[in-house]
Design a protein around this ligand. Structure first.
Ligand code: FAD
Length: 424
């Protein structure tokens, strides 16, 4: 079967079979538990932002594209308090988080506050380190906008919506043609299918996006809405034909298996980011106001982080942005700008459900990149020095999107295995 992948994941070194085993047996069950909890299931998002690139696309009115946002009375107490303060300058997250931490330094700086005081800047030996650590790869929605709403992710699962045609093609095309790096010849750009001749950083960028695209398309094939027929009732299920159409080499000019392998690349990048952020995440309170659940989340998170750290075939980000420092800095900036653009393109998705999950997964990937390219301000070394702990900050929305995005990739790998079994 074309989906029986083997060998190493390109630009990573890890074997597909090893990633399969590790994900399906160790990571998946733990993640499933965690993502059911209040801290992770409520995502705050602005689905009403206007598309900054084009204005002639209308929102689709497909039933399965609709998103149910939360009413005040559905939300846990702490989220309600936060909602009441939307529009005011007060940041409930940092207040709550601060009350949980005894560390003097942390109280001064505000653990989850997005504004960093001068004191924290002094913790950096080098200003460029500070800039790197604080510059995000994503355009995150403005927390204080009155258009921000909470969405219960469990009530709005990512699945087939029927969103197809010109609108998603324009999005994917704009991502690949204008924002993924391409080799340049003296005649201009060459076809997007040829990535040879690109440096590792640019290949990595393309692979991450392609892996995300694969993940989305596996989900919609695995949670497909079959219409009712005269002989059979419709309903949600796995659609092998849809999966084949999207990834069979015969229908994808031979590229399907490579797209499937890119899913593993994206997975390994995010896995590595979580491993690197483990010392930071282990100190997180995951506060929701429900003491019993918060304790379980901290415990389950610790178990997940121990498992993630035990994997020793990670993506090695230290190989990226090496060589001439000026060139490397330029390349990193380009990388960041392209990624930021992709996060803005998500506001152009014409189906709310797809937009919700697209925004969440791109933000999660951006958080992973922020973690990976923040040098030593995060990771085991930063924890040794207590004063340095605050040099790196993650907001609640970044943590929620990172773990949920990783959960989506993990689920895709599991579903790919199910398709494999159905086809063998
Ligand atoms: P598309 O998936 O639209 O692909 C367009 C072209 O990109 C293909 O012809 C191929 O040349 C290339 N391509 C395809 N896969 C890859 C890959 N992995 N790597 C590199 N190149 C590739 N639909 C839903 O039903 N549910 C969702 O939740 C959903 N979420 C979406 C989120 C976003 C951000 C976007 C942009 C779209 C989403 N869609 C969703 C739509 C879905 O992704 C497809 O666009 C749609 O089903 C049409 O599929 P298609 O066969 O025309 O090819």
């Amino acid at each position: 079967c074309f989906c029986k992948l083997s060998g190493t994941v390109d630009d990573c070194g890890c074997k597909v079979e090893r990633a399969d085993y590790f994900n399906n047996l160790k990571v998946q069950p733990l993640l499933n538990n965690l993502l059911n909890k209040d801290y992770f299931r409520y995502f705050k998002v602005n689905l009403k932002k206007t598309c900054p690139f084009w204005h002639d696309d209308s929102q689709c009115s497909l039933r399965d594209c609709a998103v149910d946002t939360c009413n005040m009375d559905e939300l846990p107490t702490w989220f309600k308090e936060d909602k009441e303060h939307v529009g005011s300058k007060e940041d409930k997250y940092s207040q709550k988080a601060n009350s949980e931490h005894s560390c003097e330094e942390e109280r001064k700086l505000g653990a989850l506050d997005k504004t960093i005081s001068d004191e924290s800047k002094q913790a950096f030996k080098d200003w460029s380190d500070f800039d790197d650590a604080q510059t995000t790869f994503c355009e995150i929605d403005d927390e204080l906008s009155t258009e921000m709403e909470y969405v219960d992710l469990l009530l709005n699962p990512e699945r087939y919506t029927g969103y197809k045609g010109r609108s998603p093609h324009r999005i994917w095309n704009s991502i690949y043609e204008e924002n993924c790096f391409k080799p340049q010849t003296s005649y201009g750009y060459v076809s997007s299918t040829r990535r040879t001749g690109l440096c590792l950083e640019k290949r990595a960028f393309y692979r991450m996006i392609s892996g995300l695209h694969t993940s989305i398309n596996i989900h919609l094939s695995a949670k497909y809405l079959f219409p009712s027929t005269l002989y059979k009732a419709g309903g949600w299920g796995m659609n092998v034909e849809e999966f084949k159409r999207r990834f069979d080499p015969e229908t994808t000019s031979g590229q399907g298996p490579q797209w499937l392998k890119n899913l593993y690349f994206t997975y390994l990048v995010e896995l590595r980011a979580i491993a690197k952020a483990a010392p930071y995440l282990e100190k997180e309170s995951f506060y929701t106001g429900n003491e019993t659940q918060d304790t379980i989340v901290r415990k389950d998170m610790k178990t997940l982080l121990d498992v993630v750290k035990s994997f020793n075939d990670h993506f090695d980000e230290s190989k990226l942005f090496q060589g001439d420092p000026i060139e490397a800095k330029k390349l990193k900036e380009e990388f960041r700008n392209h990624f930021r653009n992709i996060s803005r393109i998500m506001d152009c998705v014409g189906c709310d459900k797809c937009k919700l999950w697209g925004k969440l997964q791109v933000q999660g990937m951006g958080t992973a990149l922020k973690i990976l390219f923040s040098g030593n301000s995060i990771g085991p070394d930063s924890v040794v020095n207590a004063n340095q702990k605050n040099s790196f900050q993650l907001r609640r929305t970044e943590i929620v999107s990172l773990i949920n995005a990783f959960g989506r990739l993990s689920e895709s790998i599991k579903e790919l295995n199910l398709f494999r079994n159905m086809m063998s």
